[in-house]
Ligand binder design. Structure first.
Ligand code: RM4
Ligand code: MN
Ligand code: MN
Length: 426
């Protein structure tokens, strides 16, 4: 489906006056209190988040999957879908490929297609949590940590192949998420499993081109339920340090036990220059992969406060690889992604409103009440006019969900692709 510039302009025309009056009012009051509004809007417009190639079809649970009409059946169609979201939001300018779910057939034409949609290739993800057809040995009892060297070597070779694929596309990072662990006490020797994992990661790291980064993702449980080899940020950081300078920890918001203080983890990692990748989603209980900001928007804001602080004060930390890692089985996947992007932009805008100098002085003076006032003053500001203005200035639409529906995107995709296509992914 192609969306013409004129269509977007017509959609915006309808809301423009209303938007302008909200925006002018907010911009004026923010300027009065010292916020540099144009600079803030440029930051919002520059913030781009990668969409994983597996999130464009309906997500499943272990109990079932209810597919959605018009799902993309090929990598080309997935990139077209990201192109549609990017056209409306101007915030989704990258794709993160999962291999082997989405191996390109023709590299040049995929690159050309992505460039036409202004989509870059972000981190590539390896998959050693599922067995693939014709695979020699099984990952049933782990991959990089497996007791068998044949399995470890196969998993290492897969990661190296993923690097090669990513290299051909212009990616600059590899994300490793391992399902390795144990489901029953005594099943694993913790020390052996960790040592194997470290050695396997070193072998992968050493194979990366010198301008690549390695992102090591942690997760406390699932699919294993007793132990996970890379269970937390400390283990990930230790492994990253064991690999070298260009290895980093990746924080996935859903990969924490309930009530973990994720903002503090973010802060410590950035201080150490070791936060590399970031996966957005939301959750109530575990790795629920729900729409960003749908359950705990205040926590997301607090996390963004630390990210903003780190981006401004920690030059030792690299630029982050941002990705949405969310997918579920009840909403239109594209509408869901648009909502996630909106929540990310809102939390970022609110964090940018925090008066850092005032907060620092209140902290120095141990004025706890004032600290809270500053934080919540920013959080309670309705920043949607700023987010809309950023989209407008970059050529997107004021109201992406409304536009998506008015343009009948899903209906068009079903007409083009049929209602029975199924996207690769979980
Ligand atoms: C994992 C992890 C990875 C994602 C897979 C599909 O829980 O979050 O990042 O690629 O799920
Ligand atoms: Mn993840
Ligand atoms: Mn996950």
């Amino acid at each position: 489906m192609n969306i013409q510039k004129q269509q977007l302009e017509d959609l915006n025309k309808h809301d423009l006056q209303n938007h302008k009056s909200h925006f002018d009012f907010l911009a004026q009051s923010l300027s009065k209190s010292g916020t540099e509004v144009d600079g803030l809007i440029t930051k919002l417009a520059d913030f781009q988040v990668a969409i994983p190639s597996w999130a464009l079809g309906a997500g499943g649970t272990r109990f079932g999957r209810f597919s959605y009409g018009g799902e993309p059946a090929s990598l080309e169609q997935k990139i077209e879908d990201i192109g549609l979201i990017h056209r409306l939001t101007q915030t989704a300018g990258a794709v993160s490929l999962h291999i082997p779910w989405d191996v390109p057939n023709d590299y040049n034409s995929i690159k050309e297609l992505a460039a036409n949609h202004k989509i870059k290739f972000d981190a590539v993800n390896s998959n050693t949590f599922q067995d693939q057809k014709n695979q020699k040995v099984s990952y049933k009892y782990g991959s990089l940590s497996n007791t068998s060297s044949a399995v470890r070597e196969q998993a290492i070779a897969h990661n190296k192949e993923v690097i090669e694929i990513g290299d051909k596309l212009g990616s600059k990072a590899l994300t490793v998420w391992l399902a390795d662990g144990s489901s029953f006490p005594g099943q694993n020797n913790f020390q052996t499993a960790l040592t194997h994992t470290q050695n396997s990661l070193i072998s992968i790291y050493e194979d990366m081109p010198t301008d690549w980064k390695l992102y090591i993702e942690y997760k406390p449980y699932e699919p294993n339920f007793y132990s996970t080899v890379i269970q937390d940020w400390g283990t990930s950081l230790m492994l990253a340090n064991g690999c070298g300078e260009r290895a980093y920890t990746l924080v996935d918001l859903g990969h924490h036990l309930p009530n973990t203080n994720i903002e503090q983890i973010v802060s410590v990692l950035m201080l150490k220059g070791k936060l590399g990748g970031f996966h957005f989603n939301d959750s109530k209980y575990g790795d629920d992969d729900l729409t960003v900001g749908s359950i705990k928007p205040y926590a997301l804001f607090l996390i963004f406060n630390e990210l903003v602080y780190g981006m401004q004060n920690n030059p030792q930390n690299p630029e982050l690889g941002w990705m949405i890692d969310a997918s579920h089985n009840v909403k239109d996947p594209l509408e869901d992604l648009i909502q996630s992007l909106e929540a990310i932009q809102e939390a970022y805008a609110k964090a940018l409103l925090i008066d850092q100098d005032a907060l620092r002085s209140a902290q120095e003076a141990n004025d706890v009440t004032l600290c809270q006032e500053i934080m919540q003053g920013a959080y309670r500001t309705d920043v949607r006019p700023l987010v809309r203005e950023a989209r407008l200035r970059s050529g997107g639409v004021l109201n992406p969900i409304e536009a998506y529906r008015k343009l009948e995107v899903r209906k068009n995709l079903i007409n083009e692709r049929g209602s029975k296509t199924v996207a690769t992914g979980l």
